[in-house]
Design a protein around this ligand. Sequence first.
Ligand code: ADP
Ligand code: MG
Length: 247
Amino acid sequence: MSFALQTRGLKRRFGAFIATDDVSLKVNQGARHALIGPNGAGKTTLINLLTGVIPPSGGEIFLEGENVTQTLPYRRVQKGLARTFQINQLFTPFTPLESISLAICERDGGGNAWKPLTQYSHVIDEAAELLTRFGLGSVMGVRSSVLPYGKQRLLELALAFASRPKVLLLDEPAAGVPEDERHEVLDIVSALPSEVTVVLIEHDMDLVFSFADRITVLVAGAIFAEGTVEEIARDPRVKSVYLGENA
Ligand code: ADP
Ligand code: MG
């Protein structure tokens, strides 16, 4: 069986600085896989390499067994890889309904073909259904720029999901979200359909331990520890990394 996502000896340098140091990662099909580590450990860089936003300095990336190391980012999306960003990247003049409808047209390759508007009713239906599932049903006609930040993060999640991903990469989906909106974002992340493989970067250890089935710990660009939640929770070396950061 192939892994949903796998890297072999992945490396990324920025000048003399090594941001990704020989990372060989294996993400099981349908996994809830958490990627944790101190600030600057290289978590976002790894996501950028996986999605093709930046090229690696060495190594290989496999999506469902297929080597995608040289594949363009939009082709990786078409092959089932989607992500959200640590800092949100919404096009805010649009409403959620407009944003999601466009994403669905893009996915179906029909966005550039002129058709009577009535032929798009299935797009609107699917968009509305998706928005409801992501807690945005009551605000789907509101300009995104005026949405509470938690709702903006949920819209980003819904946008990633609109591509019908097999593998979803979430870079701190609740980052910057005020305390009273956090639980809604985290509940929706926890309730993502089980057939979708999810890789989650998150600092809240309570959430990581309740969400994940496997955890990879990155430190200084390299894999420091990898295992089940139980293995990582009782690993004294992992504790020392986090105690060192919090001290
Ligand atoms: P994390 O997401 O784990 O906090 P990042 O992947 O954002 O860490 O960053 C890892 C390291 O790589 C940091 O030291 C950061 O300054 C560096 N880095 C990331 N992107 C670049 C870049 N484009 N140019 C130079 N250095 C970078
Ligand atoms: Mg980051």
